[in-house]
Structure formats: C-alpha cells, structure tokens
Design a protein around this ligand. Sequence first.
Ligand SMILES: [Mg+2]
Length: 275
Amino acid sequence: MQIEVVNPNLRIGKIRSALFDFDGTISVIREGWQEVMVPMMVEELLKTPNHESEDELRAYVRDYVDLLTGKDTIYQMIRLAEEVKARGGQPRDPLEYKREYHARLWRRIESRVLGLKSGQINPRDMVIEGAIDFLAELDRRGVVMYLASGTDHPYVVDEARALGIDVFFGDRIYGALDNYWERSKATVIRHILESHNLGGDSLVAFGDGFVEIENCKQVGGLAVGVASDEIARRGINAWKRERLIRAGADLIIPDYTDPEPLLEMLFPCSRFRSS
Ligand SMILES: [Mg+2]
C-alpha cells in the first residue's frame, strides 16, 4: 500500500482503539449500492410535478447521497422525502423508501451473502485486499476494535459473521437501529472514549465515507481514509480519495496490502516490542 500523508502536522498518540466503518472500508458485499439507491431516488423524483431533467436530478441526488454516506441509511431516505415534497410531490414514509431500497439492493447482493455462508465464496474475495490480516495485526497489538455502520444492525452482524471478522469485534458491532436518533457514529465514538476514559488521540478511525472521518476529527482522533476501488478491491479510487481529503482525512490508503509501513506509523515502538 502507498500511504498518502494529507495532514502535514500529523501527530500520532498512543493508539488504543480503532473504529472501522464496514461497507467499502472492510466489506465489499454491498459494493455498488449507490447504483441502486441513486436510480431509485431519481425515479421517485421524476414522478413529482416540478422536477428537473433526469440528468440534473442524477447529479443532484448523487451529491446528497454522498454527503450523507456513513450515516444511517434512513437519513438518505428522509432527505428523499424532503426532496419529493420540495418538488410538489406526496412523499412516502422514509421507512418505506428504505424497505424498497433494501429489497432492490438485496437482489444484487443476495448471492454474495449466500456464497460466503455456503463456503463457495472465500471471505478474502469479499473484502478490501489485506483487510482480514490487518485486523488480525491490530488485534495482536491489543487494540480494541469497533465496527460501526449505517447499515441495519442485524445485517452488519450477519455479514461480519459471514466474512469471519466478527471475532475481532466481539460485542462492539454497532449497526443502524430502528430508533436511529439514539445512536450515530458520533455517539459510538463518544462511548469509546468515555467508557475507557481515553483522549481522542488514542483513537484511529478507518472509513470510506464523510461521516466517520468528520466524527473522528471532531474528537481529535487519527482519521484514515480508505479510498479503495471496490471492484478491484485494491488501489485508489480517485473520487473517493478526493472526497475523503475534503472530509478531513489525515492519511489516505488504497487498501491494506503490505501493511508494515502503516503499522509502524501507528505503533512506532512495536517493532522493538514484538521482535
Ligand atoms: Mg462505507
């Protein structure tokens, strides 16, 4: 991996906990979800009385979906309802939009989940390259790991188990709840720091979305933007890189292959301790 240092004033504290986003950061099971969500929203907006052209809508929807990426899916659906209303339409319940979206997405990803569970698909082929070994390295160094996702909780747990990475997170998996207003990535981060009485600089967050990067920076943590090409599962996706830098990422990585330089950066003394 080629580490890009975005923040020139980077100071790395003693890392004790690591927060990982799930989709796009570790798992590629839901790769392509944007190609399901954006067309569905454009379709809904085209039904409104005062809509723009399809091309304009597509660009507009893509933009707000992107800005909300990392938050619970319901927020994207709440936004859709607002956009329908703003164009003179009669919005449905955001929860209904979410169900519809998930039914469509499921058609695309069901075979991946079933393939993992039946053993026909190797978990290593459904994650960003090197992710599983990287998690094991952090685990070996005693880092307490948290998995936080905007995808509904039961799905995150199920998919993490299908990938065999649930063992690294124990009961520290936080997916979206029905009472979404009670929990967010920001509250998970607060919980991590408060429950262990830790300062923000002991936290590293890995993510491919705006939200986890911003939330991590708000508490003074180290934010690593994972700007992977989700189809190749390695190498930089230029668009992701650009928006992660905009969100405030300190470092950008393309994947988790050859992790030694990153591990040395995060744990400067471990070379001496472990050898
Ligand atoms: Mg993500």
